[in-house]
Design a binder for this molecule. Structure first.
Ligand code: FES
Ligand SMILES: [Fe+2]
Length: 424
């Protein structure tokens, strides 16, 4: 459990809050590159940590992320015309470049110097790995670019998507580092069920003991393992990585869905605060071998992100307003939850805590160790930043963090055996 004060410290991310200022020291996913694919294409609205912004790609291909509201009389620049290296407000024609400078005013005489005094808030961006990343912190503290391995592989080895999640960023992230729930929440009840996602009750994973969780803190976050003893005295280790502040990296076995056996396939999420009661989940998956991903793999269709699973506003079709389309008959006979798709199951569990869970009422056990450790690291980072220091994971020390699941010898130490694979 956490005190109410620590809970507040972790969940509030608007500008000026301790956690908000800490998160602003990192590159933050603002939108998908595909949303602003075309130079001079339509601008998109972006809300990050309570700030209303608009993203657009200008004529020369640069991506701007600026205040959504025009400096003149504050109408939305989402209505704007994206033309000739700037976004022009449709109300009185003020035009802004990607750095937020006002470069033209249609309601002022041509010789007016007024525009030199007008500048909108603008954040630097990087277009990398199919994501537009923004840096919203102090200018002189800009971190190394977010060159995770998944952002660096050829485009056809990677899938990236995003979806709205109707709860605070932290409770979504906490499920991402919670290995204990995986064979429970995501369990299939029959081995011949055709329901998407979930673990076959006869799979090794589902038959294993409750996991022992071991966490190894690094200088970018931690790597950890859920260790399960399987029938026949075999040790199954599923490793994850947590890169601060909100990145999860996990192994994915795609063979049940037709993926080539043994193919490295790693996926993960980023949980980005929209405001205190909503976040955007970025989902990515990649392989570092030579074969392009199939569409099925890239979308992670098996997890509930296939065609038709998302509406035009990135809201899951199965969402809180419709009870995730839970099917109680399916819950009796086929899947543990009765909800279709692994990600929808996660989302249901996280959102149904309410928008901001009260962690002073929790009852944690040893299987929650990774969650406890993550909260500690975040609180520590907030204190460091508040004291004028730098938080972890702003250098290049996490670029090759990977995750695997493996059988290892009963006497083996997972970190010794797997380190060459998870931090090559
Ligand atoms: S409100 Fe934008 S130009 Fe007037
Ligand atoms: Fe899950």
């Amino acid at each position: 459990m956490l005190t109410h004060a620590d809970n507040e410290l972790l969940v509030r991310t608007n500008a000026g809050t301790p956690m908000g200022e800490t998160l602003r020291r990192y590159w933050i996913p603002a939108c998908l590159s595909s949303e602003v694919a075309e130079p001079d294409g339509p601008p998109v609205r972006v809300k990050l940590m309570g700030e209303d912004l608009v993203a657009f790609r200008d004529t020369s291909g640069r991506v701007g992320l600026i205040d959504e509201f025009c400096a003149h009389r504050r109408t939305s620049l989402w209505l704007g015309r994206n033309e000739e290296c700037g976004l022009r407000c449709v109300y009185h024609g003020w035009k802004y470049d990607v750095d937020g400078n006002c470069v033209d005013m249609m309601n002022e005489p041509a010789e007016s110097k007024l525009k030199a005094d007008v500048k909108l808030k603008a954040y630097p961006t990087v277009d990398m790995g199919g994501v537009i990343w923004a840096y919203m912190g102090p200018k002189d503290k800009q971190p190394a670019e977010p060159r995770f391995e998944w952002t660096q592989v050829p485009e056809d080895r990677r899938g990236v998507s995003k979806n709205v999640q109707e709860c605070n960023w932290l409770q979504a992230l906490e499920a991402g580092v919670d290995t204990a729930h995986v064979p429970i929440l995501h369990r299939l009840l029959t081995s011949d069920s055709k329901r998407r996602g979930g673990y076959n009750p006869n799979s090794e994973f589902a038959k294993g003991s409750a996991p022992v969780v071991e966490v190894d803190v690094t200088d970018y976050g931690y790597r950890y393992a859920g260790i399960r003893i399987l029938p026949g005295e075999r040790k199954f280790v599923r490793t994850y990585q947590y890169v601060m502040p909100f990145h999860q990296i996990r192994p994915e076995d795609m063979t049940p869905y037709g993926g080539p056996p043994g193919r490295p396939f790693i996926s993960g999420h980023m949980w980005v605060p929209t405001d205190d009661e909503n976040c955007m989940v970025y989902n990515w998956a990649y392989t570092f071998d030579e074969t392009p991903l199939t569409e099925w793999e890239a979308l992670e269709t098996s997890l509930g992100r296939g065609p038709g699973d998302l509406d035009d506003n990135f809201l899951n079709v199965r969402n809180k307003s419709n009870g995730y389309m839970i099917d109680r008959e399916v819950q009796k006979t086929e899947t543990f939850t009765g909800i279709e798709g692994v990600n929808n199951q996660d989302q249901a569990a996280q959102e149904m805590m309410g928008p901001i869970v009260d962690r002073s009422k929790e009852f944690l056990t040893a299987s929650d160790l990774a969650i406890v450790q993550m909260r500690r690291l975040l609180i520590q980072a907030v204190r460091t930043v508040s004291d004028g220091g730098d938080p972890p994971a702003i250098a290049d020390n996490y670029y090759m963090a990977r995750a695997v699941d493996r059988f290892i010898g009963m006497e083996d130490n997972w970190l010794e055996v797997l380190l060459p694979e998870i931090n090559p």
